[in-house]
Design a protein around this ligand. Structure first.
Ligand SMILES: Nc1ncnc2c1ncn2[C@@H]1O[C@H](COP(=O)(O)OP(=O)(O)OP(=O)(O)O)[C@@H](O)[C@H]1O
Ligand SMILES: [Mg+2]
Length: 372
């Protein structure tokens, strides 16, 4: 009988796990938040992932429960595990992706390089941190942030007044003067096998990932080695199963610092669908089902991914598709079946080849076919 993968969350990450699962002969079921979501191309139930009964009923008919996002509450995850249901990544690992304060404290215990940070609960605490860090800092809501929401640069406690008002602890970090952002992906099976992807460069605009270049240009062997070691140490140290993405800052003096973690396929790994021997979506499916992992190596010297964000244009991605495919036959267009609201990630383009400038041009110009 075919293995069945259960994915909680109906977004594009779930959607993109489906095609490689089908190719491996694995059935997929999705628990989506509402009807009509991106991943509804597989058998889909609809319900609230915060409700134990809903998730428990969904989990009955699957071989493993995995996720499109990290927001399933701990008590729900732990109840499933207590009943003997395979949940990957499990609650012990996921807590570090659910709360940035918990993550910072644990990474400190593991000796990982990271920005200076503190937990603050009031204006005095923030002022003290600002005073000892050059008068500017980054504050973050520990839970629920995404695409830069929940991240703010501040120079006075007044800048944080609204977030401090409700008394929940905040994470404050030094404002890192990074030269660029990198991401390191690692896949790990419950039985322990682990593989690392090449470190990539990520470019964010307005707090949202815009482009990714794989491997990271000008990455020395030493940099790539250190990034891979950090990824492996975190995956093993936190007991992560499935894909882990470690977002990193590179500084002018070639230090790398951990920004944050994602325990699922991640935007920084979309390039691998077309540019890696085993892309992250296939790898996540293999890893959570404890199947042997695939080769994470590159197919071409360079891969570039450019996100397609929804704009004010009323027409749909589908109406632009024929022209884009005609003009860019070597680009790979991936669309998510989502309504194109402004700023919303609705698709991406991958390109790959020998010449980085040509690959960047190809990916950007193909993605631009969907812009305004
Ligand atoms: N300490 C810092 N110093 C400088 N810039 C930072 C710092 N922390 C975050 N940033 C910037 O803000 C962006 C978003 O921060 P972070 O990754 O913590 O938030 P997020 O909203 O959870 O992210 P994501 O978009 O990955 O879901 C980072 O990619 C980086 O560009
Ligand atoms: Mg981030």
């Amino acid at each position: 009988m075919a293995l069945t993968l259960g994915i909680v969350g109906g977004g594009q990450l779930a959607r993109m796990m489906i095609a490689p699962a089908v190719e491996l002969g694995i059935d997929v079921r999705v628990l989506a938040e509402e009807p009509g979501m991106s991943a509804q191309i597989a058998a889909t139930a609809t319900g609230d992932y915060r409700d134990l009964e809903t998730v428990r009923a969904f989990a009955q008919d699957v071989d493993v429960v995995t996720f499109d996002h990290e927001h399933v509450p701990q008590h729900v995850l732990r109840a499933l595990v207590a009943e003997g249901i395979a949940v990957h990544p499990g609650p012990d690992a996921l807590q570090y992706a659910q709360d940035k304060l918990v993550m910072r404290a644990r990474l400190a215990e593991l000796g990982m390089p990271q920005p200076e940070w503190a937990e603050i609960t009031d204006a005095a605490g923030l002022q003290a941190f600002l005073d000892s860090h050059g008068g500017r800092a980054v504050i973050k809501t520990p839970r629920g942030g995404y695409d830069g929401k929940g991240v703010r640069v501040v120079s006075t406690p007044e800048d944080a007044a609204d977030w401090l008002a409700d008394g929940t602890p905040l994470l404050v970090e030094e404002l890192v003067d990074f030269t660029r952002e990198l991401a390191q992906q690692v896949a790990r099976r419950p039985s322990g096998q682990i593989v690392t992807y090449p470190v990539v460069e990520t470019v964010q605009r307005g707090g949202v990932c815009a482009e990714v270049i794989a491997p990271a240009p000008h990455a020395t062997g030493r940099l790539a080695e250190v990034a891979a070691q950090i990824g492996e140490a975190i995956s093993e140290g936190l007991g992560v199963t499935g894909m882990l993405a470690v977002e990193l800052f590179e500084t002018a003096d070639e230090r790398i610092l951990v920004n944050e973690l994602a325990m699922r396929p991640h935007n920084s790994g979309h390039w691998g669908q077309d540019g890696a021997i085993t892309g992250q979506f296939e790898q996540h499916v293999r890893a959570v089902l404890d199947l042997p992992l695939g080769d994470p190596g590159i197919r071409q010297p360079w891969s570039v991914m450019v996100n397609i964000l929804g704009g004010p244009a009323a027409d749909t991605l589908e109406s632009r598709l024929p022209a884009a495919l005609t003009a860019h036959p070597s680009a790979k267009v991936h669309t998510y079946g989502k309504a194109p609201r402004p700023g919303r990630k609705v698709g991406h383009v991958n390109a790959a080849g020998d010449d980085l400038d040509a690959v960047v041009y190809e990916a950007r110009s193909a993605a631009a076919c969907f812009g305004d």
